[in-house]
Design a protein around this ligand. Structure first.
Ligand code: AMP
Length: 558
């Protein structure tokens, strides 16, 4: 066991759970984990104030898994989540953390998918049930005793559940649960309604939250970029094209991520190395020395491994994965702007982490401006700028040292100096794309993240509850989206959530890639990303919803 996972071991987590988190490369508990895990392990009720990005899922999953009895093949732990997306994410996280605990099963129960398989999985003895409240109530109507063996309850993103109108469903679920149970509530905010639930349904809860004391940030130019999680590497590579950096440190969360990103950077010709808790001390020192003297330009590190790095050459800090709290953000970006130099800090934010960005802005009292990925033209300009800068210092002396050779070559080849210079450039630039069309081909657009939070919440509600409002007038489409038509409508007994479920599951899209869904009487309209549309339609060709073919195709309003 490495010294870092010792941080988790000291908290008292089950050895098999510890083994699983070592395997995924977590190095140390995040602040919310360090605080919440002992409280949950001790069996207390708890209110955790934490948003996505703080490591809150593991903060309840790790101790709860340590408390499960694998020998009893019945539901013992219930996690309630506001949306299908979150329920699936939580269920996947549990599967990962339980991977070395034989006999422990996880079932996700959410709207938009048939109930049969969900019920069957439940009957097969899973101990962990992750559910959205609406669908769980549907199950309870069929089987009142479903939750009678549950000993631990987690309400995840409780404020979101209330916003989505799940209050009544929650009451039904509370009533179906045994009185003597442990209840843990996580919420990014604690409005009155949440405090009321806590008062009524939690027993002497302990409070846990991440430190939010005001932090002062050195004078560093800060920016953030919205990006989908699976596009982070592409985004980093694109940004590096245009950022003028001397040395750069990129922060990620896991050991594996340090290796993956450093590998991708090296493959593009950057002098990059990974730094994580598995790397021996003498090797770590060598990496830092190399960063100091310019043999390396980029280090991809976890927080643990980057502790104490003080390299004046660092002009940039890239927060590729979100820091766990504002304090850690301030520490990370403090690696640049040393010795009175200019520093720049960039934060990649996935759609679900928007709140965390707001917390950072609030605690530091500074706005972190949004930037967008550079387009092909900017990449091309930057490449030409770099080439110009590399050639400039050679001009003065080259004519005297190589002028004669040039004359001889042009004479021998029977070509103009321009033709020869072009050939030499081609050789020197080694196949790099240096025209606009080539750069465009090489750099396909990275899908932008645009859906504002408010709209997403509302559409999440309509999905889970099956509510939809019809709008006859076509709405203007957001950039990059096209409208598609499915041959199923309200009269086929389908709701928006069914369509969404089918497209998410079979199309392999991220939730945010799907825009508005309008269910009309005999057909439905769905906003989908233009990029990769043909492939998506191909994948969904045989998809059925409510027993009928989806027959999805591009819709033209004419
Ligand atoms: P959450 O705040 O629960 O949405 O978690 C955000 C991300 O952090 C997830 O991708 C987790 O896999 C990751 N994560 C959680 N805890 C740790 C940890 N202690 N070390 C590294 N990564 C973590």
């Amino acid at each position: 066991m490495t010294q870092e996972t010792g941080g988790f071991a000291a908290l008292g987590i089950h050895p098999a759970v510890l083994a699983a988190i070592t395997a995924v490369g977590y190095e140390e508990p995040s602040p919310i984990q360090a605080q919440a895990i002992p409280v949950i392990l001790a069996g207390h009720d708890m209110i955790g104030q934490a948003q996505t990005g703080t490591g809150k899922t593991a903060a309840f999953a790790l101790p709860m898994l340590s408390r499960i009895d694998p020998a009893r093949r019945e539901p013992q732990l219930l996690i309630l989540a506001p949306t299908r997306e979150l329920a699936l994410q939580v269920a996947t996280a549990f599967e990962t953390y339980a991977s070395q605990l034989p006999g422990v099963g996880v079932v996700a129960v959410y709207g938009g998918a048939p109930m049969g398989p969900q019920l069957k999985a439940l009957r097969q003895g899973a101990q962990i049930l992750v559910a959205t409240p609406g669908r769980l109530c549907d199950h309870l109507r069929r089987d009142e005793q479903l939750l009678s063996t549950v000993k631990h309850l987690v309400l995840d993103e409780a404020d979101e559940m209330l916003k989505l109108g799940f209050m009544e469903d929650l009451e039904v679920i509370f009533a179906a649960l045994p009185e003597s149970r442990q209840t843990v509530l996580f919420s990014a905010t604690l409005p009155h309604s949440i405090r009321e639930i806590a008062e009524k349904h939690l027993h002497e809860p302990q409070h846990v939250k991440i430190a939010a004391k005001t932090q002062t940030v050195a004078r560093i130019d800060q920016a953030h970029l919205m990006v989908h999680a699976d596009q982070k590497t592409a985004a980093v590579l694109r940004l590096l094209e245009v950022e003028e950096f001397d040395a750069l440190i990129a922060f990620v969360r896991t050991k594996q991520a340090t290796l993956d990103l450093a590998g991708a950077l090296e493959a593009k010709g950057y002098k990059a190395a990974a730094l994580n808790g598995d790397i021996a001390q003498n090797q770590r020192e060598r990496v830092i020395e190399s960063l100091k003297d310019g043999r390396l330009d980029i280090v991809v590190a976890t927080d643990v491994a980057a502790r104490g790095i003080d390299v004046p050459r660092i002009t940039h800090v890239f927060n590729v994965d979100m820091p766990y709290d504002p304090e850690s953000y301030v520490h990370r970006i403090g690696r640049t702007g040393r010795a009175g130099r200019d520093g720049r800090a960039l934060l990649l934010v996935t759609p679900r982490e928007r709140r965390m960005l707001q917390v950072i802005e609030r605690v530091t009292g500074q706005k972190v401006a949004e930037v967008h990925l550079p387009g092909a033209q900017q990449v091309l300009d930057a490449r030409i700028r770099k080439l110009t800068a590399a050639l400039q210092p050679l001009l003065a002396e080259s004519e005297s040292s190589h002028g004669e050779l040039l004359d001889r070559l042009t004479a021998g080849l029977g070509c103009s100096p321009r033709a020869l210079a072009a050939a030499l450039l081609r050789k020197a630039t080694n196949g790099q794309a240096l025209t606009l069309s080539e750069v465009e081909r090489e750099q396909p657009p990275v899908p932008s993240v645009s859906a504002p939070r408010e709209r997403r919440e509302r559409s999440d509600r309509s999905m889970e509850r099956g509510v939809h409002r019809e709008r006859r007038a076509p709405m203007p489409l957001p950039e990059g989206r096209v409208r598609c038509r499915a041959a199923l409508g309200a009269r086929d007994g389908i709701a928006a959530k069914n369509l969404l479920g089918a497209i998410l599951n079979e199309g392999g899209l991220a939730r945010d890639a799907i825009g508005r869904i309008q269910v009309r009487d005999s057909f439905s309209l769905i906003e989908l990303p233009e990029d990769g549309l043909e492939r998506l339609l191909g994948k969904l060709r045989d998809t059925r919803v409510a027993g009928k073919q989806l027959k999805l195709r591009r819709y033209r309003e004419d």
